[in-house]
Design a protein around this ligand. Structure first.
Ligand code: MSP
Length: 499
């Protein structure tokens, strides 16, 4: 059986409400999932929640409820949000599920048996908020603060702990990056990873004492497993490792782990080393996307500048948010999130270009052909070629997550089709050249039919509306003639603008 394309989002921390930053990664993966499915390929899309660790424990405590109850609520909220945003994931993994916990303990023991996990003593500065140990030098450079979140470091921890022999994998990792140039994506993010690994890797502390909200260390009581070791394993525990190897082998290795740039290191250094220790194949690609910023700052709970998708969707359809995310900045770069830009995109791209095109063609169809598609029309060659090009290039671009490029290509044809109407002036052809009018109409309906298909991953609900307007189901995008004498029902304005 052919291997399924496997794409994953990060599993989000269950300690605060999900915001548009989280929605961004999830929507991107969903576009990929919908694209492959549309083209008839099997794709497995995984998302989920990261439910262990001190931060989550503290959040629950603050609310005066049990951590399990707290994470249950958070997982329900996340599922609701994904439904609202039309996300078609195949599985939702939670790190408190037995299927995950068992796998984590199995992997811990397996790597220990191999000799790559050993017992020692750890001592060092520790950031409670990030749940990370740092070196003295890192904390000194950050002025006594956490190099990640900037909060003061108040704890030095010294305790017996288990370590992962990350240092052992330095050479192997470097060789892997060299032999797999598409692993670190986008390319401009690769250098930082290479420099970090070249400068030497320290073994990673894998256990915590006195933190009960975690997976117990299977080798020693009184210790729980470090959240990142636990969390990364979700990508294999969810697909059956090690209990259901048949399923696992249909899906693994991951084709693409989509992550925000701040967690690129965990996915490109620690995770591959863990997989090497397990003798498992490595993912094909880790894609570190950029951040949405609010007034030049990253959105975060601690800064209090969070925007949730629900707030945006009070005014705009969820498809509009999806379109904005995919179109506004190349995936990989940062972008400024402003309502002004969403509104501009809405008016120019969606209402004026796309929505208007549908309106014009539907009106002409009623006026000149009684609401049916014309017989024996010929589709303009230039448009057929353009559609084929969009498909060919899109099929490549989707593999490297070049969403904005795909959309630029699609909007070129939308603009050209609007210009074609101006140029051909169908309103003059009715009397002067009825045959030509049929050809023009056939071309227009063919393009519209193509648009409703190819836009499905980017505007899933609006595409369905387009398909109702045209009286045609959504199917694999092709440059094919619109069939003869078919009813074109039309419908409400696709992207209304308030006057
Ligand atoms: N739990 C870890 C991930 C473990 S994966 C094995 C985690 N969770 S998180 O809740 O903090 O989510 C981080 C992810 O949310 C980022 O990697 C990114 O995908 C997304 N984003 C959070 N804020 C964002 C922006 N402001 N902009 C874009 N995406 C951001 O880290």
């Amino acid at each position: 059986m052919a291997k399924k394309y496997y794409i994953t989002t990060p599993i989000y921390y269950a300690n605060s409400r999900l915001h548009i930053g989280h929605a961004y990664s999830t929507i991107a993966c969903d576009v990929v999932k919908k694209w492959h499915t549309l083209f008839g390929r099997e794709c497995f899309f995984l998302t989920g929640m990261d439910e262990h660790g001190e931060k989550i424990f503290l959040s629950a405590k603050e609310k005066n409820i049990q951590p399990q109850e707290w994470v249950d609520r958070m997982a329900e909220d996340a599922k609701k949000l994904w439904k609202f945003l039309n996300i078609s994931y195949d599985d939702f993994i939670r790190t408190t599920e037995p299927r995950h916990e068992k796998t984590v303990q199995y992997i811990f023991k397996k790597i220990a048996q191999k000799g790559d996990i050993y017992k020692g003593v750890y001592s060092g500065p520790y950031c409670v908020s990030c749940e990370s140990y740092f070196t003295e030098a890192q904390v000194r450079d950050a002025g006594g603060n956490c190099p990640d979140c900037g909060r003061p470091i108040t704890e030095i921890k010294r305790e017996e702990a288990y370590f992962f022999r990350l240092s052992k994998y330095q050479t192997k990792l470097l060789k892997f990056y060299e032999e797999n140039p598409d692993f670190l994506m986008p390319k401009d993010k690769a250098n930082k990873t290479l420099d970090t690994v070249k400068s030497g890797l320290r073994d990673l502390c894998l256990t915590r004492q006195n933190l009960e909200w975690g997976i117990p260390n299977p080798l020693e009581e009184g210790m729980t497993i470090y959240v990142w070791f636990d969390a990364l394993i979700n990508y294999v525990s969810a697909i059956g490792y090690p209990c259901n190897l048949e399923k696992f082998n249909e899906i693994w290795p991951a084709d693409c782990h989509v992550v925000g740039k701040e967690i690129f290191h965990f996915h490109t250094v620690i995770w591959p080393a863990m997989l090497m220790a397990l003798d498992l194949e490595l993912p094909k690609m880790v894609f570190g996307h950029g951040w949405w910023t609010i007034k030049s700052e990253k959105m975060s709970k601690s800064k209090g500048n969070i925007i949730t998708p629900y707030e945006i969707c009070e005014k705009y359809h969820p498809d509009v948010l999806r379109y904005f995310f995919m179109r506004e900045v190349p995936f990989g770069q940062d972008g400024a999130f402003t309502e002004q830009r969403i509104s501009e995109r809405y008016t120019s791209d969606l209402a004026n270009s796309l929505g208007n095109l549908f309106r014009r063609v539907e009106t002409m169809c009623v006026k000149y052909f009684d609401g049916r598609s014309p017989c024996s029309g010929k589709v303009n060659e230039k448009f057929l070629k353009k559609m084929e090009k969009i498909i060919q290039e899109g099929e490549k671009q989707i593999l490297t997550l070049k969403f904005s490029r795909i959309l630029e290509g699609i909007w070129e044809i939308i603009d050209e089709t609007n210009a074609y109407i101006e140029q051909e002036k169908p309103w003059t052809l009715k009397k002067e050249n009825p045959q030509k009018l049929q050809d023009v109409m056939e071309t227009l309906l063919t393009v519209l039919n193509f648009l409703k298909d190819v836009l499905y991953p980017f505007l899933p609900e609006k595409s369905k509306e387009m398909s109702q307007h045209l009286g045609f189901e959504i199917s694999k995008p092709q440059a094919r003639n619109f069939p003869f004498n078919k009813k074109v029902p039309g419908g409400e304005v696709l992207f209304p603008v308030e006057k």
